[in-house]
Design a protein around this ligand. Structure first.
Ligand code: FAD
Length: 372
């Protein structure tokens, strides 16, 4: 790309890449600047469940985006596959939340968002998920969301990258933005660590857990900070686990090839992505409690990622309050995979001046400007 692009996107995670795709499809030229390799941070580390866990415990703004994304996911995954990026394995496994205490809140939320929700008595839980440990299945009423799906997020980010290249994006890896230059209320260029400057008509910050660092010098204290999550991967026979199973905030996710993910920890340890022996022990214990049969299979991998934590899980999507061509799409916390497509569509509609499908007010970055 030799001319100045219409838009620079800072950050090549799922959020940055989905945003890039929307803008390219809207007719803009896009340059995507990624500090490392695209899709290798939180978007790789995540579980790919296409629903928040206990969704009724989040603000409605999160459910609004989740519902909008859930509607488009099957077509998105199909389109990426047809474009040659590979299959991200959208699979409707259903989500069973065992021993739920706030059933009334769950029912009210399901009615409000027209979600198919079933409350299962302890003796019905085993029929739904025979793999569940007896202690867990017998420990009270469960909530089952049969329509919840998952994607294999590492494959999704690979497919997205292929799609962006096919659509003509200029992707620069190993390219860290260290500053955004602005003049008279407009962002003029970005400065990279490697000493280059890139100009563009619009700039979007989609830097995940690192987004606040770029905004602090620009008068916006974005309350987005890293929350470490550790995960384990068991290698099992296909069919060992059939549903996504959640118990006491720990979950197992069955992939089509028999691999089973177990997650996850919530740790406030700054930008530290180390894995720890204690987390491994805890995750193994949770895994065996939820599905005792996992004791027969080896742990193949253990990793950690940094979620872009935000105060109540509602992401920041929209224009900078004082810099007219600077935008933010960040802070998706535990739900960036499920919220991604609708978040990208909302940001693109704002930037392109099109009517958004989702009302933008709840997500505006201006909501965190200090009035005092
Ligand atoms: C263990 C775990 C389990 C999860 N499970 C789920 C789940 O089941 N379902 C779900 O919906 N969500 C899940 N999530 C959350 C989800 O993964 C994140 O919300 C989502 O990936 C955030 O995407 P992102 O693009 O904002 O961030 P990231 O994927 O972290 O991408 C940000 C990118 O920006 C780049 N970057 C940062 N600063 C700069 C800079 N200055 N210059 C250039 N590039 C920069 C980074 O290198 C990175 O590649 C999980 C997360 C974790 C860690």
């Amino acid at each position: 790309m030799s001319r100045t692009p219409d838009c620079i996107i800072i950050g090549g995670g799922l959020i940055g890449m989905l945003t890039a795709r929307e803008l390219l499809r809207g007719g803009l030229s896009v340059q995507l600047l990624e500090r490392g390799e695209t899709g290798r941070e939180s978007s790789w580390a995540g579980g790919g469940i296409l629903s928040p866990l206990y969704p009724w415990r989040y603000p409605d703004a999160v459910s609004v985006l989740a519902r909008a994304s859930q509607r488009v996911y099957p077509a998105l995954v199909d389109a990426l596959c047809e474009e040659g990026g590979g299959d991200a394995e959208w699979t409707q496994s259903g989500l069973l939340m065992a021993a739920c205490e706030d059933i009334d809140a769950a029912r009210a939320w399901a009615a409000r968002f027209e979600v198919n929700l079933q409350v299962l008595a302890a003796d019905e839980v085993t029929g739904c998920a025979p793999e569940l440990g007896e202690q867990v299945s017998g420990s009270g009423e469960a909530v089952f969301l049969p329509e919840v799906a998952q994607v294999r997020n590492p494959r999704l980010v690979q497919a997205l990258r292929a799609s962006l290249l096919a659509l003509g994006a200029d992707i620069r890896q190993d390219c860290e933005v260290v500053a955004i230059l602005n003049e008279a209320g407009r962002a003029t260029a970005v400065q990279t660590k490697q000493g280059e400057r890139f100009a563009a008509g619009h700039i979007v910050i989609a830097g995940g857990a690192w987004s606040a660092n770029l905004l602090a010098p620009l008068g916006l204290t974005l309350p987005v900070s890293p929350v470490r999550g550790q995960m384990l991967l068991f290698r099992t026979e296909p069919g060992t686990v059939k549903r996504i199973l959640l118990y006491k905030d720990r979950y197992v996710i069955p992939r089509r090839d028999g691999r089973v993910l177990v997650g996850s920890t919530l740790e406030h340890v700054g930008f530290d992505k180390q894995i720890t022996a204690i987390a491994r022990e805890e995750l193994v214990a949770s895994a065996l409690e939820i599905v005792p049969a996992l004791a027969h299979f080896p742990v193949e991998k253990h990793w950690a990622g940094l979620r872009p934590g935000s105060p109540d899980g509602t992401p920041f999507i929209g224009r900078h309050p004082e810099i007219s061509n600077l935008y933010v799409n960040a802070g998706h916390y535990r739900n960036g995979v499920v919220l991604g497509p609708a978040s990208a569509a909302l940001l693109a509609a704002t930037l392109l001046g099109l009517p958004p499908e989702v009302a933008p007010a709840a997500y505006l970055p201006a909501r965190c400007v200090n009035s005092g």
